[in-house]
Ligand binder design. Sequence first.
Ligand code: B12
Length: 332
Amino acid sequence: MTVDSDVLESARAHYLVAALEGRSETAATVLDMVLLKGIPTADVVSEVLAPVQAEIGSLWQDGTISIAEEHVASAITSACLHLPRLTEAPRPDRGRVLMVSAEGGWHTLPAQMVALTWRVLGWDTRLISPSVPAADLGEEASRESGVVAGVSCSSAAHLTGAWRTVSALRAAGMQVIVGGRLFDGSSELAERIGADAYAADPVEGSVWLQDAQRSGKVPREPRLREDWEHLEMVWQALPRVVEDSLRLAPHLAELALPAEQTREQLWLMARTCVGATLVDDPGLLSDHMRWCRQVLAGQGADEGFADVLVATIDRVLPEGSARVRSLLAAAV
Ligand code: B12
């Protein structure tokens, strides 16, 4: 183990405890100490803040910490991203870049982390996060002088939103790089939705930006347009699908969740079904179901309820949902 990896490991452990206990000053001090040891902002973000936030997500997922603890810790991380020592940046002389969250995505922290890293690497970065409707974003993007944009997405439930966001940026002539938890799981997904590149971390992304900004602004058609023509009707029917499923689901499960949580899970599941069908990847829905089972178990509910939710959605899908149905069958 090198000195740096020792420092980073100890920082992660101390930062996690401070954030979970709501001690913002201690959390900031931990980061200041790491920066004082000469570790650059980009590494503090990718080696301390991002893994700690992912750990917080896992602790929530398995029921170890509450939603309240997650919110407190994430608010501390959000505030820490503005610490003066962390945000010290050179004059931006590498070019203009737009960094956005996928449509429907309220995870601002990943986009904030990328924007901060790009700023300290010398990019003139404009951050638009959380979710902005794709059409509005397209208008903003067409007024941008820059050619390159980044999109972050954390969940398969927002894959359709990510595709719409990437499509709007393509139509505005931008070159697009994507990243975030959703894309980390599948190397082909980025290309499938029309992005020009994927990077696991912002430093790697910055190398791509340098090359990509050499091309001019060239408006392009969205990928998967024909597939969407078949799916849009199902997407628009989702509010009804969720409410109809909610009426059926409790009677099918021995141990159901409170209605609000069931509705939330149905929404995530239904959106994931459409997104997975759009890119024709049943694995996305299978992964989501595994995640759902773990969340249910963490909440003390019967994890088999995940399968009940999918079966219920299947029953109430509108006519013309053949592709979604066959994806459901392949995923389950
Ligand atoms: C904090 C948090 C929230 C906060 C967000 C606060 C905020 N201001 O961002 C709140 C409470 C709002 C929230 C809401 C929800 N959340 Co949430 N959330 C998280 C959590 C714990 C951390 C997010 C974070 O800080 N990410 C920062 C880092 C960890 O993100 P990252 O994607 O790894 O980013 C790094 C790299 O990937 C890369 N990168 C990222 N983007 C890009 C883009 C480019 C171009 C490049 C080059 C690189 C790059 O750089 C980053 C820095 O290194 C995650 C856990 C996780 N693993 O992400 C869950 C998580 C994403 N949420 C989850 C869920 C389910 C939800 C909700 C549906 C919960 C609910 N029932 O309401 C809602 C959805 C809201 C919505 N519509 O988007 C699940 C998603 C699982 C799934 N199967 O869909 C997760 C994974 C938690 C879990 N383990 O179960 N959440």
